[in-house]
Design a protein around this ligand. Structure first.
Ligand SMILES: Nc1ncnc2c1ncn2[C@@H]1O[C@H](COP(=O)(O)OP(=O)(O)OP(=O)(O)O)[C@@H](O)[C@H]1O
Ligand SMILES: [Mg+2]
Length: 251
C-alpha cells in the first residue's frame, strides 16, 4: 500500500482486503474546502460508481487518490494500493507515438510488447498496433487508453468520466467492454460519471458526493441483466436522482 502525504497523515490499512481507505479527507483551494471530512472505503475488487454535481469535488478526490494533487492543501488519512491506473475523459495518447508504443509507455520487462498486444486485442484493437492516435476514432482512442491502464494490472482503476465524450451507442459498447475487462482483471474501480444509468449498470455500489463528503452510499442489489423498467431499478434510480437534487416527477 502506498500512502500519500503532503498535509495528509500516512496510514497503512490493517486488513488486506481494503483497496482504498479514506478518512476525514480535506482538500482545499485557498479558503475553499472542496472535500470536507470525506470518508470512503473500497474493498479489493469492488466496483464503485461516484455521482455528484459539477464542481462537487469528484476529480479532486480522484487526483488525491492518484497522488496527483500537489496544488491542493489537505488533511486526513488516505491509503491506496501501489498499482493505480487512471483513465480520463480524453484518452491523452501521445500523438507522436503509434498505438502500441502508447500502450508500452513506461512498461518494463522483455514481454512488454507482447503484453501490450494482448491488451490491445482485449479491447478489440488487434491489428491497429501501428496506427497513429489521430487515425483512431474517439471511442477507439479511449479503448487504447483502457488497454494502457489494464496492461499494468492495477489494483485500483480510477476512471474520471471515461465515456462522457462518446456518443450513446459507443458508450453502450464501452460499458459492455469495461464490464468484461473488470470481470477478467478484477481491480477495484472508482468510476466517476454523470450518468445514473451507467452507474447502476456497472457498479456494485453507487456513492453521491455532495457538500464535500459522501452524502449517499447505496448498494446495487439488482439481478443481472440490470435493465431499466423493473420496479427495483426505478426505485434506485429515483433515490439517486433525488440525492443529486434532480426533481423527479411523481406518478
Ligand atoms: N487547481 C485548482 N485550483 C483552484 N480550484 C480548483 C482546482 N481544482 C479544482 N478546483 C475547484 O474545486 C472544485 C471541485 O472541482 P472538481 O474538478 O473536483 O469538480 P468535479 O466534481 O470533478 O466537477 P465536474 O463534474 O464538472 O468534472 C471546483 O469548484 C473547482 O473550481
Ligand atoms: Mg471532474
Amino acid at each position: 500500500m502506498a500512502t500519500h502525504t503532503g498535509g495528509l497523515t500516512a496510514t497503512v490499512p490493517e486488513t488486506g482486503t481494503a483497496a482504498v481507505r479514506i478518512s476525514g479527507l480535506v482538500r482545499a483551494f485557498g479558503e475553499r474546502r472542496v472535500l470536507d471530512g470525506l470518508d470512503l472505503s473500497l474493498r479489493a475488487g469492488e466496483f464503485v460508481a461516484m455521482l455528484g454535481r459539477s464542481g462537487s469535488g469528484k476529480s479532486t478526490l480522484l487526483r488525491a487518490l492518484a497522488g496527483l494533487d500537489h496544488d491542493a492543501g489537505g488533511e486526513g488519512e488516505l491509503s491506496a494500493p501501489d498499482h493505480v491506473s487512471v483513465v480520463f475523459q480524453d484518452a491523452r495518447l501521445l500523438p507522436w507515438k503509434r498505438v502500441l508504443a502508447n500502450v508500452t509507455l513506461g512498461l518494463s520487462g522483455a514481454d512488454a510488447q507482447e503484453r501490450a498486444r494482448t491488451a490491445l486485442a482485449e479491447v478489440g484493437l488487434a491489428g491497429r498496433e501501428d496506427a497513429w492516435p489521430v487515425e483512431l476514432s474517439g471511442g477507439e482512442q479511449q479503448r487504447v487508453s483502457l488497454a494502457r491502464s489494464l496492461v499494468r494490472e492495477p489494483q485500483l482503476l480510477l476512471a474520471d468520466e471515461p465515456f462522457g465524450a462518446l456518443d450513446a451507442l459507443t458508450r453502450a459498447r464501452m460499458h459492455t467492454l469495461l464490464a468484461r475487462l473488470y470481470e477478467r482483471h478484477r481491480p477495484a474501480v472508482l468510476l466517476v460519471t454523470h450518468d445514473v444509468d451507467e452507474a447502476i449498470a456497472l457498479a456494485d455500489r453507487v456513492v453521491v458526493l455532495d457538500g464535500g463528503h459522501i452524502a449517499a452510499d447505496l448498494p446495487v442489489d439488482l439481478a443481472a441483466p440490470r435493465r431499466p423498467g423493473t420496479p427495483e431499478y426505478a426505485v434506485l434510480r429515483e433515490r439517486l436522482l433525488v440525492r443529486l437534487g434532480v426533481e423527479v416527477p411523481s406518478g
